[in-house]
Design a protein around this ligand. Structure first.
Ligand SMILES: [Zn+2]
Length: 74
């Protein structure tokens, strides 16, 4: 198995087992002129906390109010 992202964790992550309600934003930062978001989430296989880094590809207006309440995920 090979992931399309760099990882030093032994388990490959599958979106079907990852839930937004279990994730939290750790950091938003700029590097080399690009914006990145770092999200903490839990590995579905071993329950270890992982930090995922994602480049921001777009920004658009949304109807969601922050902080997001639990109803949003239902
Ligand atoms: Zn794991």
């Amino acid at each position: 198995m090979s992931a399309a992202y760099a990882s030093d964790h032994e388990h490959e992550l599958a979106a079907e087992y990852l839930y937004p309600a279990d994730a939290d934003v750790l950091d938003i930062y700029e590097r080399d002129g690009s914006l990145y978001v770092e999200v903490a989430t839990v590995c579905p296989e071993c329950s270890e906390t992982l930090a995922l880094t994602a480049p921001v590809e777009s920004a658009r207006e949304t109807e969601v109010d922050l902080p997001i309440d639990d109803d949003y995920y239902d």
